[in-house]
Write a protein that binds this ligand. Structure first.
Ligand code: VGL
Ligand code: ZN
Length: 201
């Protein structure tokens, strides 16, 4: 196998939320086939690293009570509660000792995009450290991989595009949660309409 993508020092790889709750069949918000993306994501990580392209990781990281959760008036089953097994990055994911990991949702906000968190009550948005890290690295082109394709990967890719990056989402490195049937397909259409390269190889 091996990825067909090429990386260089002006590219960066953003690995979104490859955590047990999304990627393990026993996870709290299991994304069907989530465990299947780990190998494909690891190939991207290896390719990026060997080309000198930075690899940044995001981690959904919620308090026990948050309007992000259905039980507290929101949308989702309980997942990625700070410090729990479900919030840990998948054990087979390649994560170097000195990896930069950006946590989102920490203060109870909806952290869909890796770039920002949104207060689900006031709607107020604030930036995470991801944008700063990418700027410092001099990144111009981003490859966005991970879970879930129609939620956090899509939100991250849309924000990245808006911020002026050239953005690619390789479909083999993601799976869709499909809260509503057809969400996956609609997401791909929207991403492409926004100028994100959604690629199949
Ligand atoms: C996500 C739903 C809720 C994701 C996070 O990482 O795609 N989805 N929180
Ligand atoms: Zn979440």
């Amino acid at each position: 196998m091996g990825t067909t993508r090429s990386y260089d020092p002006t590219s960066a790889l953003v690995v979104v939320d490859v955590q047990n709750d999304f990627a393990d069949p026993d996870g709290g918000l299991y994304v069907t086939g989530g465990e299947e993306v780990v190998d494909a994501v690891n190939e991207e990580i290896a390719a990026a690293r060997s080309a000198g392209a930075p690899v940044l990781y995001t981690q959904d990281w919620h308090p026990e009570t948050t309007p992000h959760f259905e039980k507290d008036g929101g949308t989702w089953p309980v997942h990625c509660v700070a410090g729990t097994w479900g919030a840990e990055l998948h054990p087979n994911l390649d994560v170097p000792e000195d990896a930069t990991i950006v946590r989102k949702g920490v203060d109870g906000g909806d952290g869909y995009s890796g770039f920002s968190v949104r207060d689900p009550v006031s709607g107020e948005e604030s930036a995470t450290e991801l944008g700063k890290h990418l700027e410092e690295a001099g990144a111009e082109r981003l490859v966005v991989v991970g879970l879930a394709g129609d939620v956090c990967v899509a939100a991250t890719a849309h924000d990245a595009k808006e911020l002026g990056y050239e953005v690619e989402v390789p479909l083999a490195t993601t799976r869709m949660v499909e809260l509503e049937p057809g969400d996956g397909e609609r997401t791909v259409e929207r991403l492409r309409a926004a100028g994100v390269a959604v690629t199949t190889a």
